[in-house]
Design a protein around this ligand. Structure first.
Ligand SMILES: NC(=O)c1ccc[n+]([C@@H]2O[C@H](COP(=O)([O-])OP(=O)(O)OC[C@H]3O[C@@H](n4cnc5c(N)ncnc54)[C@H](O)[C@@H]3O)[C@@H](O)[C@H]2O)c1
Ligand SMILES: [Zn+2]
Length: 350
């Protein structure tokens, strides 16, 4: 698997060079897009990458709606009808929804064809397009059916972020903060300094640093059996907070924003249970409040959030387990937290 990281030469021109080499001689390309990436990203891609000028494109619905088995089936049927063989390469041009679906389709078609991820959201660049987890949703629950199937190439071109709405950008910034909390305290300091100064311009070298951290973790544990769990910092809370935000009357939080709020709880418990210095919690809280309005939960809300947390698939033997931080850059997995600690941390978000 090759990752084309942002650098002084355009990532798309490096992709162009790679795709002109012999490994790709007999390849037939299909580009998977949604409406937004069709409108904003397809033209710059095909104008820079010669081998993709003849590619056929496939469009799927925007957002989670596309991560659906029926849509995957339609794509498999279209590929079959057009005679796509084992040399077919699927190019996923989009955010995490497009790459999760496209990776899933590639993993299943003819028992596995190659695919290339070209992420166009910040979440895609720093997280979803790397690591080979693919999935569709089922029964109203996320990522229930999927495969591990590594992309042949992930090409990260930061200029695609130019058309991304701020809210989507902030979702990605929270995943970056999470990645630096577990893997690079210096970059964490630099990113939080920047955010605290009121600048939200995401620097290509910060994206590259995130990708390197995630790639290194995935390399150690590609099938997500132990160490890769550290990437879930803030996510046990985050998933429940995200689900709760979808309830009527609540302010809707995107995945990254919900994880961003969940990180406050995780850091709060890290201070209480593992002795993390309290100043890290306070600094993080200040940064988070620049990007998202921090929710104020009532005791009744915390009961509902707990209901979601009890369903989290990563709980061992009925206990709710979290990733916490012993120190900056020093995560610990599988820390059991009791329900009173969870209630307490949710009540202390603000
Ligand atoms: N496989 C993994 O390891 C992994 C990791 C993290 C997240 N995910 C998955 O990723 C998904 C979330 O990713 P996401 O936030 O990128 O979602 P997304 O693909 O839905 O993109 C978010 C929105 O941005 C739009 N968009 C994309 N690129 C654009 C551009 N350049 N300009 C304008 N608009 C653009 C999309 O059309 C969509 O409306 C979730 O389903 C999550 O489960 C997977
Ligand atoms: Zn996440």
């Amino acid at each position: 698997m090759k990752t084309i990281l942002p650098s002084h030469t355009s990532s798309l021109s490096r992709l162009n060079r790679i795709l002109s080499n012999r490994d790709f001689d007999n390849a037939r390309f299909f580009i998977l897009v949604d409406e937004n990436t069709y409108n904003n990203c397809l033209a710059p891609l095909v104008s820079s990458v010669a081998r993709l000028q003849e590619a056929e494109f496939l469009e799927v619905p925007v957002g989670e709606e596309c991560k659906d088995l029926a849509i995957a089936q339609q794509l498999w049927e279209t590929l079959l009808e057009s005679g796509a063989d084992k040399n077919t390469i699927l190019v996923n041009l989009g955010g995490g929804c497009v790459s999760d679906l496209g990776g899933f389709v590639a993993a299943g078609y003819k028992r596995g064809i190659r695919y290339i991820n070209i992420p166009t959201t910040l979440i895609g660049m720093v997280d979803a397009a790397i690591g080979g987890k693919t999935a569709v949703n089922m029964g109203g629950c996320k990522n229930q059916v999927g495969f591990f199937h590594q992309p042949t190439i992930t090409c990260i071109e930061p200029s695609f972020l130019d058309t991304l709405p701020d809210e989507e950008l902030f979702n990605g910034v929270f995943e970056m903060l999470k990645t630096f909390l577990i893997g690079n305290p210096e970059q964490y300091q630099a990113l939080t300094d920047m955010l605290l100064s009121g600048s939200f311009e995401v620097k290509p070298d910060m994206i590259a640093a995130c990708v390197e951290i995630k790639n290194a973790i995935v390399k150690k544990d590609p099938k997500d059996q132990d160490i890769r769990h550290i990437l879930n910092l803030g996510h046990t809370f985050g998933h429940a907070i995200e689900a709760f935000s979808h309830r009527q009357g609540q302010a809707l939080l995107g995945h990254g924003m919900a994880v961003g709020v969940g990180l406050i709880c995780a850091l709060y418990l890290s201070v209480k249970k593992l002795g993390l210095a309290a100043e890290h919690l306070e600094r993080y809280r200040q940064v988070a409040s620049k990007l998202v309005q921090l929710p104020h939960y009532t005791l009744k809300d915390t009961e509902e959030i707990l209901t979601y947390m009890r369903q989290d698939k990563k709980n061992a033997s009925g206990e709710i387990c979290c990733v916490l931080l012993q120190d900056m850059g020093a995560p610990v997995i599988d820390i059991a937290v009791d329900e009173n600690e969870i209630r307490d941390s949710l009540l202390k978000i603000k």
